[in-house]
Write a protein that binds this ligand. Sequence first.
Ligand SMILES: NC(=O)c1ccc[n+]([C@@H]2O[C@H](COP(=O)([O-])OP(=O)(O)OC[C@H]3O[C@@H](n4cnc5c(N)ncnc54)[C@H](O)[C@@H]3O)[C@@H](O)[C@H]2O)c1
Length: 328
Amino acid sequence: MRRIVVTGAAGFIGSHLCEALVAAGEQVIGVDSCITGRLGNLATIADHPRFRLIQKKVTHTRRALRDADAIIHLAAHVGPPHVVQYAHAVIRDHLADALVISDAVKHSDARLLVASSSEVYGGAIPPHVETDALMIGPTDAARSAYAASKVAVEHLMLRNHPERATVMRFFNVAGPRQRAEGGCVLPLWVAGALHAGHHRGTFLLHDAEHQRAFADVADVVRCIVALLDCEGSVGEVVNVGQPEPIRMGALAEMVADSVEAATGHRPEIRHAQRGTGSNGSAFMPIRYPDVTKLRALIGFVPPNRMRASVDAVVAEQCGQTMRPAEVA
Ligand SMILES: NC(=O)c1ccc[n+]([C@@H]2O[C@H](COP(=O)([O-])OP(=O)(O)OC[C@H]3O[C@@H](n4cnc5c(N)ncnc54)[C@H](O)[C@@H]3O)[C@@H](O)[C@H]2O)c1
C-alpha cells in the first residue's frame, strides 16, 4: 500500500481520482484549499480509513509531501472566468505550489505526476503532438497566465526531476462534479437549461463550428492511474485525452436531447456572437490530441462516449442547484 498525495483532491478530476485510488487499495492523502473545490465531492470516501483530506494550500503541506510515495499534482486555478479575474494569483500559486513540491521530493523517491493542459498548444494546428512548439498568447492577455504558468511548471518538473516526473497534458474532460461556475461549456449549458433563473430553459452557443475533443472523467482517471505505474512515462510529456473532436453545434443538440429525455422539456439553444475577448483568450476553432504516445505507453486511450458524459452531467444537475464560486 502506497501513500499517495493528490493535490486538488476536492476538485472535479481530483475527487474521482481519489475514489479510484482508495478503491485500488492505496492510502490517499488529499490536499485542497477549497478555493473552488467542494468537500461534497469527497462524500463517498470522506470517512474511509485509507483517506484523509488536508484542507490547506499546497504550500502549507510540506510534511505530507515529503512523506509521500507518490504525488499527483492537480491543484490549480481552473476555468477561464476564474483565471482572468485572478490572473495574478494564477502565476503566483501555480509556481509556488510547484516549487514546494519540487523541493519536498528532493530527499525521497516519490513518483510525480503533474497536470498540464492542452491550452499550452494555443494556436497550433491539431492534432497536437507533445513535441509541437507551444504558443501561449500575449502577456497582456490575462487568460494567457494559465498556459504560461503550466509551461513553466512543466519545465520546472521535467528539468528538476527527470527521473521521476511525468507531465500529463489534459484535453477537455467531461463528467459529473465539474463546476458550471468555472465556465466549462458542458456544465454551463446544462445549468442554463435547468437552473439559470429567468433564463431557465435556454443556453448560449457561441461557436457552433468550433470543435473540441472531450474525454469522460472516468477514462481520464484510468489513464492517470496507469501512468502512475508506467516506467516509460517517466521524464515525458504525455497528452491525455480523447482524440475525436465534436462540433460545438452538435454538442449543443446532444445536451438539448439529453435534457429533454430527462425532464420532458427541450431547452432553447440561443446563438450568440462572441466578443473580441476582453479576457484575451485565443478562441481556437479546433483542438484535439494526438494520442499515439499515450496508447503506446499504457495501451489505452479514452473512447468517444460523449453522450454518456452529457447524460451523467444532466442527471447530476437535475438533483442540485448552482452555488457561486468561493475565491480566496
Ligand atoms: N477539467 C479539464 O477539462 C482540464 C483540462 C486541462 C487541464 N486540466 C488540469 O487538471 C487539473 C484538475 O482540473 P479540474 O478540472 O479538476 O479543476 P478543479 O478546479 O475542479 O480542481 C482544482 C482543485 O484545486 C484546488 N486548488 C487550487 N489551488 C490550490 C492550492 N494552491 N492548494 C490546494 N488546492 C488548490 C481547488 O480548490 C480545486 O478543488 C488542473 O491542474 C487543470 O489545470 C483540467
